[in-house]
Design a protein around this ligand. Structure first.
Ligand code: CAA
Length: 257
């Protein structure tokens, strides 16, 4: 059986994960989600991996949870679903995740894309939460992350009608940060990953954590968290290196210390 998750790299600090179930438009069955979760464990432990890119095919990033697998699960099956732990693992990943999305990003596919810290879309991308058409609802963050990313009105529209939005609309709404020609999406995402990989790793880690706190905390708490993180960085060698390099008009050599 072909591997449903292809892993490339790290090259220049970036590992690329390609969802690979072409016959099912990369539907996220439990095996694929588990492979992604374990691949993130490896990437987390590898100091040479500074950022990861998750991508699919030109036709589909991922068309959602695997509907055939889901149909076989009853209430208890869903209650004890191992997928929950896999989603939590993706959510907990401490290094930047960049999604390179072409084609369909629907249901769990849209939810996976929203786990990314930076989302790059090809002009052919379609984002949607069509679960309502199946008599169900989003179950991996679609009602929560989507609201935070695009606002309540558009999130309601998408989740209640199941209608997908285009890449252009997703850009206007703030769901994606850039759109490009579909054949350049992955290259652009890798380029962004490589740019991040050249920064000071502890500063990158704390920046990601701090930005994400903006969704979990009120402003006063978030500002306090940011200030603590900023203070912690004062103890790193990379901070000194960054400041010295600027004053000496040279490129910094960050070590992650
Ligand atoms: N699960 C399982 N198989 C899927 C799938 C999915 N989510 N999406 C597509 N496939 C399969 C199709 O069954 C088809 O297989 P066969 O060739 O064996 O029939 C193959 O992929 C190609 O799909 P289509 O022929 O349908 O391709 P299309 O270009 O005509 O349509 C599409 C593309 C509009 C994306 C359509 O496939 C579709 O609507 N897919 C389902 C999308 C969806 O509802 N996603 C939400 C799933 S629920 C969920 O995600 C919940 C959650 O996470 C908590």
């Amino acid at each position: 059986m072909p591997n449903n998750l292809l892993v490339d790299g790290p090259a220049d600090g970036v590992r690329v994960f390609t969802l690979n179930r072409p016959d099912a438009l990369n539907a996220l069955n439990t095996e694929l989600l588990g492979n992604l979760s374990r691949a993130l464990d490896d990437a987390e432990a590898d100091p040479d991996t500074r950022a990861v890119v998750i991508t699919g095919s030109q036709k589909a990033f991922a068309a959602g949870a695997d509907i055939n697998e889901m149909a076989a699960r009853d209430l208890v099956g869903i209650l004890e679903d191992p997928r929950v732990a896999h989603w939590q693992r993706i959510d907990r990943f401490s290094k930047p995740i960049i999604a390179a999305v072409n084609g369909f990003a629907l249901g769990g596919g849209c939810e996976l894309a929203m786990h990314a810290d930076i989302l790059i879309a090809g002009e052919n991308a379609r984002f949607g939460q069509p679960e309502i058409n199946l008599g169900i609802m989003p179950g991996a963050g679609g009602t929560q992350r989507l609201v935070r990313k695009v606002g309540e009105s558009l999130a309601m529209h998408m989740a209640l009608t199941g209608e997908p939005i285009s890449a252009t609309r997703a850009l206007q709404a703030g769901l994606v940060s850039e759109i490009c020609q579909p054949e350049l999406t992955l290259e652009r995402a890798v380029q962004i990953g490589q740019s991040i990989a050249r920064k000071a790793p502890i500063a990158v880690r704390l920046t990601k954590e701090s930005v994400r706190k903006a969704n979990d905390m009120n402003l006063a708490e978030g500002l306090r968290f940011e200030r603590h993180a900023f203070t912690v960085l004062a103890g790193t060698e990379d901070r000194q290196e960054g400041l010295d390099a600027f004053r000496e008009k040279r490129k910094p050599r960050f070590t992650g210390r």
